[in-house]
Design a protein around this ligand. Structure first.
Ligand code: HEM
Length: 304
């Protein structure tokens, strides 16, 4: 409840000026980096820095610490993929321990010297009422907020730019108003969801999903990416069409665990994409993305 209160419609809307200022600053940085014609890594210079900056401001993570989180979050989120790779899971455990240790220390610092941020608020609550928030839950929640707060949005921005490269009509539509920033963000979320799966655990006996019994404690894996392209729900689901009016992507999950940061993620995308197109009217891709797929390609060259 306490964490949810930071992400209400009103409080997120109030963050718009700060998000706009951050977008302008990062676009300036990209223009500077590419001023001599050299390629700029969009994923690092923008797609990572925007959401990590916003969530770290809310949490109260000092600026000097923010840029080490990208690799750690990438290691940690291996647990969210469907993979049996034990090496990856070991790395994920190591990243979880490091992040948890970081937030345990930061929370202790903020308890001693509180500031106007979420780490201070949560550290105070945990100190006052360990039933409401235990010593283990405190860093676990902070790590969740940090990682959930930027990794997914980074990939939304990267997937969005990749789709703009592949669909120049979408960029033209955004420029002339035929495509709205919100409609574009929704269709990127539907077509290429940054989160592909989520899970539920059966907490009661006798449950079933689509006729299949789910034993107590059993896990159900929900394929968000597949649901977003359900032919029974969408006409021509395999086509990227940001002018759709019926797009309701399941990319933020649903029900009790629906993503707390969905409004913030949408706000960041809706501010960032038009500003990027405005700032760099021609936006050529500097290279193909690593691995040869078009996914999450962020390399671009300044061209003005
Ligand atoms: C494009 C960006 C994002 C996507 C695609 C995304 C997706 C998701 C998904 C699929 C879930 C699980 C929902 C379920 O199982 O029903 C989730 C949960 C969550 N997300 Fe996000 N998220 C994004 C951005 C954010 C941001 C910016 C924040 C924080 C500021 C955030 C915080 C959370 C939290 C705290 C939860 C756990 C909620 C709970 O278990 O009650 N997310 N998100």
């Amino acid at each position: 409840m306490l964490i949810a209160s930071v992400f209400t419609a009103r409080r997120v809307a109030a963050l718009r000026p700060a998000v706009e200022a951050a977008v302008t600053r990062l676009l300036d940085g990209m223009a500077e980096q590419g001023a001599d014609g050299s390629p700029v890594d969009f994923m690092d210079a923008f797609a990572f820095r925007l959401p990590v900056g916003v969530i770290c401001e809310l949490l109260g993570v000092p600026e000097r610490d923010r840029y080490r989180f990208r690799a750690l979050a990438s290691d940690l989120t291996a647990v969210l993929e469907i993979s049996g790779d034990l090496g990856e899971l070991t790395e994920a455990d190591r990243a979880a321990d490091e992040l948890s240790g970081y937030f345990t220390e930061l929370a202790a610092e903020r308890l001693a010297r509180p500031q106007d941020d979420l780490v201070s608020d949560l550290a105070r609550i945990a100190a006052e009422d360990s039933v409401r928030l235990s010593a283990e839950e405190l860093p676990a929640n902070l790590v969740l907020l940090l990682v959930a707060g930027f990794e997914t949005t980074t990939n939304l921005l990267g997937n969005g730019l990749s789709l703009l490269f592949r669909h120049p009509g979408a960029a033209a539509g955004l420029r002339n108003g035929a495509v709205t920033p919100a409609g574009f963000a929704d269709e990127v979320l539907r077509f290429d969801s940054p989160v592909q799966v989520t899970e539920r655990v059966a907490l009661e006996e006798g449950l079933s999903v689509d006729g299949l019994p789910t034993p107590l404690g059993g896990t159900v894996t929900l394929l968000i990416g597949a649901a977003n392209r359900d032919p029974a729900r969408y006409e021509r689901p395999e086509v990227f069409d940001p002018t759709r009016t019926d797009s309701r992507p399941l990319s933020f999950g649903g029900g009790q665990h629906f993503c707390l940061g969905s409004r913030l993620a949408r706000l960041e995308a809706e501010v960032a994409v038009p500003a990027l197109l405005d700032r760099f009217p021609r936006l050529p891709r500097a290279a193909s993305p690593p691995g040869g797929t078009a996914w999450s390609c962020g390399a671009m060259r300044r061209c003005r």
